[in-house]
Design a protein around this ligand. Structure first.
Ligand SMILES: *Cc1c(COP(=O)(O)O)cnc(C)c1O
Length: 385
């Protein structure tokens, strides 16, 4: 059976060249970057080269890059770290959007339970935050605005430059979770009004368990973890050197020739969207244009996304659904509910996220499979007329 992977929003396969760059650091180059001898210096060189590559890919300075264990840690580090920096003062208000990844949403909610004021901005039916509404919510007590660059479920791309400009005017820090965006959207942080940015290697063909946080110079942030002096004291502990070297190579590759790669991906995405919308009672979720080049998210009325997913899996097609099975009950996606979908429509949603190795033939095979499965499921559904 042929296997088709259309879940690149969850993770991507490790690139062969990235693996090749990592291997020496898993074998011969085992030194601790903090050691002063030859092995340490060799490891340190690998670490700093990866930092330079990451900085160059983002248009940042190497001193502004802190390596972490991934996107979740980067988001926690920045939100809790800024909160700690301000914790002694009067200012204690944080603004985020209702459709952030749980790593942001739950961290902000936690701060809300421990003495901070928190605002969760609503989004429109495309998943867009309204910058004017955001501006109106900023007060003299606001310390941080955190809004993701692109959403992991529906792919919507936020107007982050506009949001950043508002934050800068008002003297508020702006952080963006760019985990889905890096490799799909260009960044030039020397020009953009972004103070902090999170990324994760496994979303752009790098290894799992390694990410980075960009922190603009002179930004007020306090450490969460105590120990050594690694990573500017913000992230003590011996560095995951093979992972970091892999991240450096992966981000370099992901941001080279990006326009051509995302152009091809967009074409494939639009072919998939057009085909899915041919099926009766299928709706596109997210924004028709302002969306990630590989993201497709649809609601298929009168079927459950989860059963669609499982039937596609039987045919060797890996996708994801817009609902999470918690304790045997299907909870519709909070992202889709925030865009105004009713629970039933949200439960019938499917996310297909394309990557660089997907082909038009795979898209057509998948469309055929979805059509067949939807027809079969609807025949059995009491909801379908
Ligand atoms: C995957 C993802 C994360 C979490 O990153 P990890 O490296 O898996 O911890 C955070 N935010 C977004 C938008 C993501 O897609």
């Amino acid at each position: 059976m042929q296997k088709i992977y259309m879940d690149h929003g969850a993770t991507t396969p490790l690139d062969g060249e990235v693996l090749a760059a990592m291997l020496p650091y898993l074998q011969g180059k085992y030194g601790n970057p903090s050691s002063l001898h030859f092995h340490g210096r060799e490891a340190r060189a690998g670490l700093e080269t990866a930092r330079e590559k990451t900085a160059r890919a983002l248009g940042a300075y190497p001193e502004e890059i802190i390596f972490t264990s991934g996107g979740t840690e980067a988001n926690n580090m920045v939100i809790q770290g800024v909160a700690r920096y301000f914790s002694a003062g009067e200012r204690r208000h944080i603004i985020t959007s209702a459709i952030e990844h749980h790593a942001v949403l739950d961290t902000v909610a936690y701060l809300g339970r421990t003495g901070f004021d928190v605002t969760f901005l609503p989004v429109d039916r495309y998943g867009l935050v309204d910058p004017e509404e955001l501006a109106a919510k900023i007060t003299a007590k606001t310390i941080l605005v955190t809004v993701m660059t692109a959403n992991n479920e529906i792919g919507t791309i936020q107007p982050i430059d506009e949001i950043g400009r508002i934050c800068r005017q008002k003297g508020v820090y702006f952080h963006t979770d760019a985990v889905q965006a890096v490799g799909n959207i260009p960044f030039n942080l020397k020009e953009q009004p972004i103070d902090m940015l999170s990324l994760s290697a496994h979303k752009f063909y790098g290894p799992k368990g390694v990410g980075a946080l960009y922190i603009r110079q002179k930004t007020g942030i306090k450490q969460l973890i105590f120990g050594g002096a690694q990573e500017n004291k913000l992230r003590p502990g011996t560095e995951n050197l093979p992972g970091i070297v892999g991240l450096g190579r992966a981000i370099e590759m992901a941001t080279t020739g990006m326009e051509a790669k995302t152009g091809a991906l967009r074409e494939l995405r639009d072919r998939l969207i057009a085909g899915l919308l041919q099926i009766e009672d299928v709706r596109l979720n997210g924004h028709p244009q302002k969306r990630l080049p590989g993201n497709v998210n649809v609601s298929v009325l009168y079927v459950e996304g989860e059963s669609l997913l499982l039937h596609l899996d039987l045919k060797g097609i890996a996708v994801s659904s817009g609902s999470a099975c918690t304790a045997g009950s299907l909870e519709p996606s909070y992202v889709l509910l925030a865009t105004g979908l009713d629970r039933q429509t949200a439960q019938g949603s499917l996310r297909l996220t394309l990557g660089r190795d997907n082909t038009p033939a795979e898209v057509d095979y998948t469309l055929q499979a979805v059509q067949e499965i939807v027809t079969k499921l609807r025949e059995m559904s009491p909801l379908f007329k």
